[in-house]
Design a protein around this ligand. Structure first.
Ligand code: ZN
Ligand code: ZN
Length: 301
């Protein structure tokens, strides 16, 4: 476990064509783009009210990412496979502080049914919140009341996404192997994005917690890794901006967002706007291998 101040920056390659295994996010920019995208996608959505709740929440995340006090980076596992998965109870007090700020900002902006949930969450003990936060980060979503998960994840996301870029600068990217879970914080991806820089058609998985992206070879299952029996699905034509890659081996699937021609796309917002694709895949017996932070409130407990 190490503190960043004592660790020199990792040496990077100078070649512009070199593929980066890991890409750090600018959390403020991500949250701003997400809020904009939620606003524009809400117009055509049967879930317009839910999009608006998410937009308000993400707008508060953008403000907190800019203004909040994040203290100093706590001990993290420099030599561990997922260095930011090891932040312990000290980090809890920081993200719980962000949660209280986020909920106080949101409270006057929501209707009474959601306000009741927000007030109830504000009254939970730090121990209870720590336990729920840990369960969510470990992927045990059903251990947390669904009505609270959206907000807890949003607060943790602001904290983890703030520190991820600084930790990435100090990681040796040559040691980052292709993997299903985020190499920085250990959480699930939301979906994958297909980019054309530095080479055409590269795929990166986008983290649901710290917003980092990591390279993952296309036509390889992002859950079990096999590369023999993959199928591509889309709602309309083969040039659709959102497509699904499903695996005939483990029956998992991951969405692919072709962001090059549509820079306003956002993984979480566009995933939410294409739930009909999920319904079709679910009906065929496939299950998502991803986690959308904006969909946690829709999970059943
Ligand atoms: Zn992450
Ligand atoms: Zn698979």
């Amino acid at each position: 476990m190490s503190h960043t101040a004592e660790i020199p920056l990792a040496q990077g390659s100078e070649s512009p064509l070199e593929l980066k295994p890991l890409k750090a996010a600018d959390p403020q920019a991500v949250y701003h783009r997400r809020a904009q995208r939620l606003l524009s996608l809400a117009k055509d959505s049967p879930l317009a009210d839910y999009f608006e709740l998410c937009r308000r929440l993400v707008s508060i995340q953008a403000r907190l990412a800019q203004e909040a006090d994040f203290g100093k980076l706590l001990a993290w596992g420099k030599d561990e496979a997922t260095p930011l998965s090891l932040l312990g109870s000290e980090a809890d007090s920081y993200w719980q502080g962000l949660l209280q700020q986020l909920l106080s900002d949101l409270l006057p902006q929501v209707d009474e049914s959601i306000a009741r949930v927000v007030r109830l969450l504000m009254q939970q003990s730090p121990e209870q919140l720590s336990s729920w936060g840990r369960s969510l980060r470990q992927g045990h979503v059903s251990e947390v009341p669904a009505r609270f998960s959206l907000f807890i994840w949003a607060a943790m996301g602001v904290y983890w996404s703030h520190w991820a870029p600084m930790v990435i600068k100090r990681m040796d990217q040559r040691k980052v192997a292709q993997q299903s879970m985020c190499p920085v914080c250990g959480c699930h991806p939301v979906a994958s994005v297909i980019v054309d820089q530095p080479r055409a058609g590269l795929r990166y998985l986008h983290c649901s917690l710290c917003e980092s992206e990591w390279h993952y070879i296309r036509a390889h299952c992002t859950s079990c890794g096999q590369d023999k029996e993959m199928t591509i699905w889309s709602l309309d034509d083969a040039k659709a901006q959102v497509r699904i890659e499903s695996c005939d081996e483990c029956h998992g699937y991951t969405k692919m967002m072709f962001v090059e021609n549509s820079p306003s796309m956002d993984v979480a917002a566009d995933d939410l706007a294409t739930l009909m694709l999920d319904s079709e895949l679910n009906a065929k017996g496939f299950g998502a291998t991803t986690l959308n932070p904006l969909l946690l409130a829709h999970e059943t407990t």
